[in-house]
Design a protein around this ligand. Structure first.
Ligand code: PMP
Length: 378
């Protein structure tokens, strides 16, 4: 099998499996218990918090463990509206994760104004439109760090400066950037940030919301855990795995970025040379090192995915969460890509296990498609 769907999820690292297993086997205490077994879990929780904070570029006290980015994102929406001073207006980029946009739009049923901010043809937020949107008060501005479909990076620090000047709290969904490129919660000057462990070798069902120290923000769930920010006994096996994945990502990031950028660029070049009618989405902007989002003229996404599947290659049509739906990607629509082209988009997202040989096989499979469909000579 060749796994090219790392933006959907990544295989857990062997060290992560070990840490999760050890936690279930011997580190199973409740961090809130006062006895020795509980206190040992409490120390493990503190150590994990420090690892996640280091990856986020934040302070340990700012880390709130959650069940993943979905929970963190949803909480950011409801939390923003629950603040005493909040106006009922939310600003999100139009390319946020589909589930996040859906959650925000649902709030329109409760008299919340939700504005989706446009991006340009490269997939980058239009700062002029943002400036206009920020002229009126809002309870929240949310702009993701890296897009899950195109891999396009957003100018987070610049956006944060505009939000700060307008007095609007800023949230960044860093789920796709976490573990792949550095995060700088403090340096970006943002207020909230979401991440999910399984996007970089950690377990599923575990993530974090980073909340700026001193920011008065409502609790996610009542309870004394997480300093009153999120009640419920902590998911210690998940958190232990999250911490190991965070450390691994931090220690290998520089080398892995170089390796994946070289692999992705070579894959892109080879496809451009050998596959007629190839479109690459988002390539005019800075992207994650691992992501390649393409469309091949005359080849439906279903056909391309089936051919890849036959060759033992796992890829995706757009985001995992929206594939299966018949609507073309909202991200490509926001970039102004025509529907016919967007409908057939295929995402190849690379990761730890991939090498040049696997990608040559992928190129071979994709360029054979053309000859399979070429009309037979009369
Ligand atoms: N945001 C982004 C950008 C994502 O890519 C994902 C996962 N596809 C999520 C949020 C949700 O993450 P999770 O399913 O782990 O909660």
């Amino acid at each position: 099998m060749i796994y090219l769907d790392h933006n959907a999820t990544t295989p857990p690292l062997p060290e992560v499996i070990e840490a999760v297993t050890a936690c279930l086997g011997s580190g199973w205490g409740n961090p809130s218990s006062k006895h020795a077994i509980g206190q040992s879990a409490k120390s493990a929780l503190a150590a994990a918090r420090a690892e996640v904070a280091a990856l986020a570029g934040a302070q340990p006290v700012e880390v709130v463990f959650t069940s993943g980015a979905t929970e963190a994102n949803n909480h950011v929406l409801t939390g923003a509206l629950a603040r005493p001073s909040a106006v009922r207006r939310l600003l999100l980029s139009s390319i946020e994760h589909a589930g996040f946009i859906k959650a925000a739009l649902k709030l329109r049923e409760h008299d919340v104004e939700v504005e989706l901010l446009p991006v340009d043809g490269r997939g980058v937020l239009r700062l002029d439109d943002l400036r206009v949107a920020l002229e009126r008060p809002a309870a929240l501005l949310s702009v993701m760090a890296a897009n899950n479909e195109t891999g396009v990076l957003q100018p987070v620090a610049e956006v944060a400066a505009l939000a700060r000047a307008a007095g609007v709290p800023m949230h960044v969904d860093a789920t796709q950037q976490a573990g792949r490129l550095p995060l700088d919660f403090a340096g970006w000057g943002i207020d909230l940030m979401s991440m999910s462990a399984h996007k970089f070798g950690g377990p599923k069902g575990c993530g974090a919301l980073i909340v700026k120290k001193g920011l008065a923000w409502p609790a996610l769930l009542p309870g004394q855990q997480e300093r009153g920010r999120r009640g419920g006994t902590e998911n210690m096996p998940g958190i232990a795995g999250f911490a190991v994945a965070a450390r691994h990502a931090r220690e290998h990031m520089q080398a892995e970025t170089l390796r994946l950028t070289a692999l992705r660029d070579a894959l892109e070049d080879a496809l451009r040379e050998t596959v007629p009618g190839l479109t690459v989405f988002g390539s005019a902007a800075a992207r994650l090192p691992n992501t390649l989002f393409i469309s091949i003229a005359g080849q439906s996404a279903d056909r391309v995915l089936a051919a890849l599947e036959r060759a033992g290659i796992c890829a995706a049509s757009g985001a995992a969460c929206s594939s299966g739906g018949s609507e073309p990607s909202h991200v490509l629509a926001a970039m102004g890509v025509p529907k016919e082209l967007a409908r057939d988009a295929i995402r190849l997202s690379l990761g730890r296990g991939n090498d040049g040989e696997q990608l040559s096989r992928t190129v071979h499979t994709l360029c054979s498609l053309q000859s399979e469909t070429a009309p037979a000579a009369a």
